[in-house]
Design a protein around this ligand. Structure first.
Ligand SMILES: [Zn+2]
Length: 64
């Protein structure tokens, strides 16, 4: 049995603040202390977050 080759996503090409570990980080200050806020607008493909440290809102593109 050999392990299948991992398909690595192209690094940093989509501009997503989500890092490979799946942890959402604030794109402004890099803090992982973020909180999910209600989605706003028609964009259902994004999640709205707000940083608990610098209070800056940001969106994360939901990847299926
Ligand atoms: Zn922040």
């Amino acid at each position: 049995m050999s392990e299948p080759t991992d398909q690595l996503a192209s690094p940093g090409s989509d501009g997503s603040p989500r890092d490979p570990g799946g942890q959402v980080r604030c794109p402004w200050c890099g803090s992982v202390e973020v909180e999910r806020v209600a989605e706003f607008g028609p964009q259902l493909l994004t999640h709205a977050y707000r940083c608990s440290r610098c209070r800056s809102p940001f969106e994360v593109i939901r990847r299926s």
